[in-house]
Design a protein around this ligand. Sequence first.
Ligand code: 5AD
Ligand code: SF4
Length: 336
Amino acid sequence: MVRAGEEGQKLSAEDILFILSGTEEEGAILYAAAERVRKRCVGDEVHLRGIIEFSNFCIQNCLYCGLRRDNHALLRYRMVPAEIFQVAKNVRSQGFRTVVLQSGEDPWYNRERISELIQEIKSQTDLAITLSLGERTFAEYRAWKEAGADRYLLKYETSSPAIFRRLRPGRALGDRLKGLGWLRDLGYEVGSGNMVGLPGQTDEDLAKDIGLFKKYDFDMVGIGPFIAHPQTPLAWAVNGHLNRTLKVLAITRMITRDTNMPATTATGVLDKDGRQKALLAGANVIMPDMTPLIYRAYYQIYPGKAQITFDHHGIADLISSLGRRISQGSGQRIRS
Ligand code: 5AD
Ligand code: SF4
């Protein structure tokens, strides 16, 4: 089955389920196969994206997330545009070619303010800009594309409408998928992704998640384990497993072939070598956190996140120790 996947043959939902249920030894064979596909389809370059988490205000109330609006224990911050711009310049001067502007769903950062920020960054740097600002209106997505944004990240989190509804009160999976379609139509490179190990999530659900990655042909796919946050209604829940996350990642690499896939920070929280393991199971992107230290502890989507710090030498050493190299390009998807 893994061999068929490696060769690019279509895998059915049953095939995916079978691979997901494999033993640890079979997992190792799967990761090696995903690595061969990664090498063949996207090469040995690892793309670095500097991420700035500029506001932790959020009007949503996702049960899994520390930034949810009902978490009154969290101190909220919002960087002003001039400060974001300065950090973006710093991101460029450290050698990054892409900046990711991320926040909770924060209405203060409306269409005009984000458009101005994009224009400022685009007029003074050659950075590619990825936005990750949650579910917004078509008019906002359009204005930001016109202002010069290149990419948009919007994880659909889970392909199960029931889990989605339960964990994201008042929101529906269908609307999120519709937004992803708009982004594609507007010409963005589109990234999505899921969490592995959500309460109530089955292997069947994960197989469907993988099917959706293929169906939507996303340019980027981020797959991370769920990590229980003590200040949320899911404080009691069990964390996702690293190996299960790596399997979902590896199968997604085999199926999507040339999509860009980060070794997510959350894998590094579960295991100090988590991101390295992800890079050895099909991932080809790292997104170091470039948020100023004074804010970082408050962008606690899940616990342990702020402790994963960016150390240029450490990352460069890790990448070269794996026989890979840091990409010098702007890091857009290159179809194989
Ligand atoms: N554990 C892991 N990932 C989480 N996210 C939100 N909450 C958690 C959590 N408890 C992820 C979601 C979201 C991204 C910003 O962070 O996938 O899209
Ligand atoms: Fe807000 Fe995103 Fe957290 Fe949901 S996952 S509460 S939308 S920051």
